[in-house]
Write a protein that binds this ligand. Structure first.
Ligand code: ZN
Length: 270
């Protein structure tokens, strides 16, 4: 009987120690990749602000300035990669604007409005290829309606690292809504994002860019901490987080003008 007891104890110890060894190795392996890239990126608090780029549909529709040629889009993203720009998240932008927190040097914010199918088919692969962060503003009602993204596509985009945020529910001007209509619009949008994507949404893009005091008050009520307009300019520390400016990117913006738009607020108008 003693022999059996001893054998059991030895076996138990071997299994226990082997288990410890494995978990230590796994923990070390998990930590290593995350720490390395962070250490290499230089951080700073940009005095002159951060450019927030505004994209809509991307594709090859000739003579339509609302649709950015795919070649222009690819050229711009390659430019950002080659020149060492760092596309940051809206959370990082918020921490900088509201609390003066540092961000990676040469920061830029990439936003895509409206949830067009090309945001899935063209933009997502490019974001993955370059490891870029971006945000897609979705009018929740439009998903699964046939002409825009499906929820399945949006979920895949979210899983790939793209942030999804609200562009209203029906994509209508908030400035023309009053009372319960405005409240309903935001409530439905927040609820749908929660239900479909599991997110407590904190970021909003005003449809057609329009905002006013009532819209900003409603944002606060529904837990939104930052909202984006179509007013031109860079986002600066201390600016009103409910009226963040953005930089238009259309086909008239060649690569020289694009460079201006991401390096100075005094870029040539196109
Ligand atoms: Zn829109």
């Amino acid at each position: 009987m003693r022999i059996w007891k001893l054998a059991c104890m030895v076996l138990f110890c071997c299994v226990f120690l082997a288990g410890c060894g494995t978990s230590e190795k796994e923990t070390a392996a998990e930590k290593a990749p995350a720490a390395e890239p962070q250490a290499q990126v230089e951080m700073a608090v940009p005095k002159k602000g951060i450019p927030v780029l505004m994209y809509h549909m991307v594709g090859d529709v000739p003579d339509n300035d609302a649709v950015l040629l795919e070649s222009h889009f690819r050229e711009q993203m390659k430019f950002l990669k080659d020149k060492g720009f760092h596309p940051i998240s809206l959370q990082q932008l918020y921490e900088y604007m509201a609390h003066g927190k540092p961000v990676p040097v040469r920061p830029v914010v990439l936003t895509f409005d409206d949830g067009y199918p090309d945001t899935y088919s063209i933009v997502m692969p490019v974001m993955k290829e370059y490891g870029f962060k971006c945000t897609v503003f979705i009018p929740a009602y439009d998903a699964d309606q046939g002409t825009r993204l499906t929820w399945a596509q949006i979920k895949e985009m979210q899983a790939s690292g793209m942030d999804i945020a609200s562009h209203g529910y029906h994509h209508e001007r908030l400035t023309e809504m009053t009372g319960t209509t405005l409240q309903d619009e935001l409530q439905k949008s927040q609820d749908e994002l929660k239900q479909q994507l599991g997110i407590t949404n904190e970021f909003f893009c005003y449809p057609y860019g329009g905002d006013n005091a009532a819209a900003e008050a409603a944002m606060k009520k529904f837990g939104i901490k930052m909202a984006f307009t179509m007013n031109p300019g860079w986002a600066k520390q201390g600016d009103n987080p409910y009226a963040v400016k953005r930089i238009w990117i259309g086909n008239a913006v060649d690569i020289g003008n694009f460079e201006q738009r991401v390096t100075t607020e005094q870029y040539a108008q196109r």
